[in-house]
Write a protein that binds this ligand. Structure first.
Ligand code: NAD
Length: 299
């Protein structure tokens, strides 16, 4: 903002004054979200906060985490820097979250990385890295959050898996293996901790996040890959992170208390049909069908 003399001045908004809900931290339910500084995890954090639920985002990306922290007051969002593939980091993060918010009701296991290799050229280091982040971290966060969730009277654990829990893309042997294993992990946790704790998995198709944008950028022709990704989905677009967040928040809500142990594909129809012939696709275009279904991806 410019002052009457024309010089720039920074306005510091004290959200504790503006936001009444910031005062009632200890009464509000709390969600622990791994990998919450960007992409789907960040959208989940924002969706929880919109529902009056505190969000604790745990991420290795300090710059992104601190940027988010500067927007939200610490009474509704807490960023903790931690590598969730490491037991010590997770234990400390859960303790810090409990000390700050007093409780954990929901856990969203979401941290993930994407690497590209097959069973022959994948190195042991890359296998361990992907498994550590995309599978072991889900176990570690569950292990250390469960006592708090049980102490608070129960809650819900949502594992962000993938459409690749059901179908495999090329050159993603570790990613596909980890995402598939998460379906078994989800059932196992649901069985062991029912009825107090529900455990579900959400399995997105392509979502417009930094992970996907980075992976498109690595291609020789990024716009071609983006168009191919869009075309893979029956709805002819990729998802926005908020669409996945809405499902996560619904599954944690009182409206979903009869749901546990299940996996939910939210994938724009990937793999539902067998791709039609070029002639059939052309006919659809002529009939204006593609045009009717197309919803332009917001970026
Ligand atoms: P993203 O890269 O945009 O965000 C992931 C976040 O996880 C980042 O902030 C990153 O710093 C964090 N992270 C990575 N390793 C970590 C670690 N060891 N400890 C703590 N934080 C760590 O990715 P995204 O697309 O939002 O993906 C979120 C989840 O959704 C992942 O599990 C991913 O596999 C899954 N998923 C994504 C898509 C998609 O198309 N974007 C599709 C299906 C499933």
């Amino acid at each position: 903002m410019r002052t009457p003399t024309g010089t720039r001045t920074k306005i510091v908004i004290d959200c504790k004054i503006l936001n009444i809900s910031c005062m009632s931290t200890q009464l509000k339910k709390t969600a622990f979200i791994s990998g919450g500084a960007k992409g789907i995890g960040l959208a989940v954090a924002k969706a929880f906060i919109a529902e009056g639920i505190n969000a604790c985002i745990v991420d290795v990306d300090r710059a992104s985490g601190e940027a988010i922290q500067s927007i939200f007051c610490k009474e509704e969002l807490l960023f903790i820097e931690a590598d969730v593939s490491k037991a010590d980091d997770v234990q400390k993060a859960v303790n810090q979250c409990a000390a700050h918010f007093g409780r954990v009701d929901f856990l969203v296991n979401n941290a993930g990385i994407q690497r590209y290799s097959n069973a022959m050229n994948c190195t042991e280091e890359e296998w361990d890295l992907v498994m550590g982040t995309n599978l072991k971290s889900y176990f570690l966060c569950t292990k250390y959050c469960l006592p708090l969730i049980l102490e608070g009277g129960g809650g819900c654990i949502v594992n962000v898996a993938s459409v690749q829990s059901f179908v495999a893309t090329a050159n993603a042997v570790h990613y596909v293996t980890a995402k598939t294993a998460l379906l078994g992990f989800t059932r196992s946790v649901a069985v062991d901790f029912a009825p107090s704790v529900r455990c579900v998995a959400v399995c997105p198709g392509t979502v417009y996040t930094p992970m996907v944008v980075d992976s498109w950028a690595q291609a020789a022709d990024p716009s071609l890959i983006e168009q191919e990704s869009i075309n893979m989905h029956l709805v002819k677009r990729v998802a926005q992170p908020a669409e996945i967040a809405d499902l996560v928040v619904y599954l944690c809500s009182p409206k979903a208390t009869f749901i546990t142990g299940q996996s939910f594909r939210i994938d724009g129809g990937i793999g539902v049909g067998i791709p039609g012939s070029v002639k059939e696709e052309q006919k659809k275009k002529e009939n204006g069908v593609n045009g009717m279904l197309k919803v332009k991806s917001k970026k």
